[in-house]
Each structure stands twice: as structure tokens, then as C-alpha cells.
Design a protein around this ligand. Structure first.
Ligand code: XMP
Length: 523
């Protein structure tokens, strides 16, 4: 895997020591207009030219440097003579590397809000303090007890004297708190000072400036008669990928939409028309809904469902790809968070909750070379890139939709009738969200069908029908989520509309669980 984007000259390297919020550091840096790349410290040796970075940020992490004098900042980073900002564990690593001391003591622990008091001036903290104090967010057990020689104290909290330290000559800085989280009130100012005052980055980076770079890159890769195929779902990532690749190589791109029958109502046809008419893509639909339904018959187990759908999708896509002459490349909408390998740093293997099937997750044995133009970017950046390519809001503002589609929103056995019920209820829910201006405020919303029938009364008759579950969440990246708050009136109306218009449903419930402990999808 290529870890460095050589096209972008001015950037910040983030060394990931396993913090839960490393991705946030990268996002904040980019929001401030500087390109950032995350790297696992075990892979630092792969960097051919460390000098392409203007600054280094060492993240927090679950490790401790206490009684581990061998833990030091890797030599490659020190020898580079580039400014360094250590955050939390990064600060402790900085201290220990240059001869300071870190200890662990119950009284030094700080979790949550704390107040840093200014002790000395520093470029890092310009405009960071109000009345010589600033509110920050802490999460640490160990603390620096002695700073190395040539380091100065800049700020302290009640528990942790060396909360901000600096070595002005070497441009090494350390903070015990997390400037990347929004709870640190002026965290962004501190990061901005590091990037622009200390690392001296000159130009602001914008995703839209990458448009032509990316198009030219694709043009240079795909030469002569060679063709590219792309599995198009109609979601943001695969759509922006296809439209970008199409701008570069026009009809040499062939897009395939596999209709699993598990999409939202009318969505496939609508997307197909848009791609064909508006974006002039060379796209075809492969109708496979009966095949999917047949393979899913009587399957209850969520993991089995996911595997069947994933494998069938690949089989169909592979066989269609074989029919196209001169195909050498596969374009995929892989995003930056998909390739960050932060978890392996701590040696912990995260337990598998669900096996994700992504339309992009096609097997390597297809023997096609990958084109992944979005692999350096976050979702919000992809939306901006899409905008600069003229992709419509209809596509860019779409909520995420899972690869296995409605199958994982119908717990238990899947039937044609149940798919129809979910599609009808979902359409009513989503249209109402759009009408009432909720859609854009929500990260993801959907209707699902619970495999339970309950008694109801309609007119004078008894009914015995399914329960429709509605879910609407707010989230940053899908890793955690909160249920969206609707006024009772909206919920009353939507429940009425669904029960009155969707045959087979006589009860509507709204899911108010957060993730964790729940997940966004039901299966
Ligand atoms: P969970 O249910 O794990 O979902 O909280 C988090 C986000 O991931 C989406 N999701 C998937 N996306 N293939 C995908 O492309 C999948 O198999 C898949 N499963 C869940 C889910 O919709 C939510 O946005």
C-alpha cells in the first residue's frame, strides 16, 4: 500500500499510537486547511522521504511509558528535524525520549474537563488562553513529573504541572490534553498555531483543488485500449468515484449496477436514469433480485445473510466483468478511514461485530488493478469533491446505505412481501423527513420490519400484523450514534401514515438506543 501522497507537498504526519480519536486529529488538521496522513509507528520505516512532511503529531494511546525506558520517539522522526507536537501519550513519549520522567499516581489522573493555567508565553498557545486560563479535555493516568533539560513549562492544571511544555529551539511541543476533541474549547486554535506558526505551512489545502490532479492521474494510468469497470450502487462514494473516473477516461469506464432487489423503493431505477441521462455514464443494470431472494430463502442468521449476499454479488459482478473486452482496472470508492490501520498498533484485535459487505469490497483474485481515487479522503471531503465535479445534491446528501441493503433491516426470514412492506414504510418515512427538513440534520434514517406480529384494531376489526421499526441517528462517522430527537407530533403523524398506508403493519416503534451498546443497523 502506498502510504504517501506525493502530489501534496505541504502536509502533516500523524503517528498513531492507538488513541480512539486519532482520526479526529487528522480531520481537524484538514479542517484547518492542511493535508494530513496517519501512519502506524511500525510502518514508519517505509517512508522514503520523511522531509515531505512539515510537521509531526504524535497521538495519544493506551500504552504507558512508565518503567519502559525503551519506549522512545522513533529515530527517523528525530533525525528529520521537523517540528513535533506530542498529544497525551505523545507528550509523555517526548518527555521520556529527552530525559524527562513520567510517573503514574492516582492523584495525577484526570478524566474529562480541566482548566489549564498559563505559566509562560509560547507560539503554540497564542490566543489559546482567556484571562490566563483555558478549558481542556483530559484522559490520562500517567503524568510528566520532570521535564527534560531545554524544555520549558507553558501551562499547568491542578493535577498535572507539565500540561503544556516546549523546546522552542527544536520546535518540540507537548500537551497532556486532547486539542482535537471539541470539549477542548480552543483546541483548534492550538492546532492552527502548530501548523501555521510553528510548522510554517504556507498554502491552504482544499479538496476541490485536487479535482484536476485526480483526473490527470487517472488519465495517466489508463492508457490505450484498456478499460475500467466500476460497481455502482448509487451511494455517495461509488457515485463520486464513477463520475470522477468518467471525467478522465469517458467511455472507457463501464459501470455495473447489480440489482439485488434489496434497495429502497424505486431507488435503483432513479439512480440508473440519473447516471445515464445526466452524467452520461456507460452503465448497465444486472437484474438479479430473484436469484438473491432464492438464495436467501429461509435464512435467519444475520451473518449467513451477509455472506450469501456478498458472495453472490461478487459472482455476478465477476461474470459480467468477464464479458467486457480489455478490462484492466477496477475503480472502487474506498475512503481514507477504510485504510487506516490504527488498531494493530496496540496489538489488540477488535472483535468482529458484523462482516461488512461493501460493493467496493471485491476480491483481489479478480486480477484487476485497483483505481481508488478517494482513498486519501474523508467522507465530508468526498462530498465537497463531488460538488466541485457537479454531482447533484440528490446524490451527495444521501444517507449511507449498507451493502446488504434491506436484508439486514428484515430480521428473520426474508420474503418478497416483507421487502415490499419495508420499502413502502421507508419511502413514507424518508419523504416525510425531507418534507419537514429533518433529512439533512440526520446522519442515517430507515424503516425496518420486526419479525413479530401483534394484535391491533382497525375500524371494528381485529388485526394481527407486523411491527415497523423506525431508526434515525446522528453521528460523525457511524462508529458511535445517538438517536435523533423528533417532536411527538412528527412521530404521531408518521405512525398514522405508515399504519394507514402500508398493508401488513399495525404498529410503529421508534428506536431510541445509542450506539454503543446498540448498532445502527439491526443485523
Ligand atoms: P452498524 O450497524 O455497524 O453500522 O452500526 C454502521 C454503519 O455502517 C453501515 N453498514 C454497512 N455498510 N456494508 C456497508 O457498506 C455493510 O455490510 C454494512 N453494514 C452496516 C450502516 O448502514 C451504518 O451506516
Amino acid at each position: 500500500m502506498n502510504y504517501q501522497n506525493h502530489q501534496i507537498r505541504e502536509k502533516i504526519l500523524i503517528v498513531d499510537y492507538g488513541s480512539q480519536v486519532t482520526k479526529l486529529i487528522a480531520r481537524r488538521v484538514r479542517e484547518l486547511g492542511a493535508f494530513s496522513e496517519i501512519i502506524n509507528p511500525l510502518r514508519l520505516e517505509r517512508i522514503k522521504d520523511i522531509k515531505i512532511y512539515k510537521g509531526i503529531i504524535l497521538s495519544g494511546g493506551p500504552s504507558t511509558v512508565v518503567n519502559s525506558p525503551q519506549k522512545k520517539i522513533p529515530k527517523i522522526l528525530i533525525n528529520a528535524k521537523i517540528p513535533i507536537l506530542g498529544i497525551c501519550y505523545g507528550l509523555q513519549l517526548l518527555a521520556i525520549t529527552f530525559g524527562g520522567k513520567v510517573i503514574t499516581k492516582k492523584t495525577l489522573r484526570e478524566f474529562g474537563k480541566a482548566e489549564v493555567k498559563k505559566k509562560n508565553n509560547s507560539l503554540l498557545t497564542r490566543n489559546f488562553f482567556d484571562d490566563n486560563a483555558s478549558s481542556v479535555w483530559m484522559s490520562h493516568q500517567d503524568a510528566v513529573s520532570h521535564i527534560p533539560r531545554n524544555f520549558n513549562l507553558v501551562g499547568s492544571t491542578k493535577n498535572s504541572k507539565f500540561t503544556i511544555i516546549e523546546n522552542k529551539n527544536k520546535k518540540y511541543y507537548g500537551v497532556q490534553f486532547h486539542p482535537e476533541v471539541t470539549h477542548t474549547k480552543k483546541g483548534k486554535i492550538l492546532l492552527k498555531n502548530f501548523i501555521y506558526l510553528i510548522c510554517n505551512l504556507k498554502k491552504k489545502w482544499r479538496i476541490s483543488s485536487q479535482k484536476n490532479v485526480l483526473i490527470n492521474k487517472i488519465k495517466n494510468i489508463v492508457k490505450n485500449e484498456n478499460k475500467v469497470i466500476c460497481a455502482l450502487s448509487g451511494g455517495v462514494d461509488s457515485s463520486v468515484t464513477a463520475i470522477l473516473v468518467h471525467k478522465a477516461i469517458k467511455s472507457k469506464l463501464k459501470c455495473i449496477m447489480v440489482d439485488t432487489g434489496l434497495m429502497r423503493k424505486n431507488e435503483f431505477k432513479k439512480s440508473f436514469r440519473l447516471f445515464k441521462k445526466k452524467y452520461k455514464l456507460n452503465v448497465s443494470i444486472i437484474k438479479a433480485s430473484s436469484l438473491f431472494l432464492k438464495k436467501l430463502k429461509n435464512v435467519h442468521d444475520p451473518e449467513k445473510k451477509r455472506k450469501i449476499i456478498g458472495q453472490l454479488f461478487i459472482k455476478i459482478f465477476e461474470s459480467e466483468a468477464k464479458k467486457i473486452k480489455n478490462v484492466k482496472y477496477l475503480a472502487q470508492g474506498t475512503l481514507y478511514p477504510d485504510i487506516i490501520e490504527s488498531k494493530s498498533v496496540t496489538g489488540s484485535i477488535t472483535s468482529k461485530i458484523k462482516s461488512h459487505h461493501n460493493v467496493g469490497g471485491l476480491p483481489k483474485k479478480m486480477n484487476l488493478e485497483l483505481i481508488e481515487p478517494l482513498k486519501d479522503f474523508f467522507k465530508d471531503e468526498v462530498r465537497k469533491l463531488g460538488k466541485s465535479l457537479g454531482v447533484s445534491d440528490e446524490i451527495l446528501n444521501k444517507h449511507p446505505f449498507p451493502g446488504p441493503g434491506l436484508a439486514i433491516r428484515i430480521p428473520g426470514k426474508i420474503t418478497k412481501e416483507k421487502i415490499k412492506i419495508v420499502q413502502e414504510a421507508d419511502e413514507i418515512f424518508i419523504n416525510n423527513l425531507i418534507d419537514k427538513n429533518y433529512y439533512k440534520k440526520i446522519w442515517q434514517a430507515y424503516a425496518a420490519l420486526l419479525p413479530v406480529r401483534t394484535v391491533g384494531v382497525m375500524g371494528d376489526s381485529r388485526t394481527f400484523e407486523y411491527i415497523c421499526l423506525l431508526r434515525a441517528v446522528i453521528s460523525d462517522d457511524g462508529m458511535t450514534a445517538d438517536s435523533f430527537f423528533f417532536p411527538k407530533k412528527f412521530l404521531d403523524d408518521i405512525s398514522n401514515k405508515i399504519v394507514n398506508n402500508v398493508k401488513g403493519v399495525n404498529r410503529v416503534v421508534y428506536d431510541i438506543t445509542t450506539k454503543p451498546p446498540s448498532t445502527i443497523e439491526l443485523e
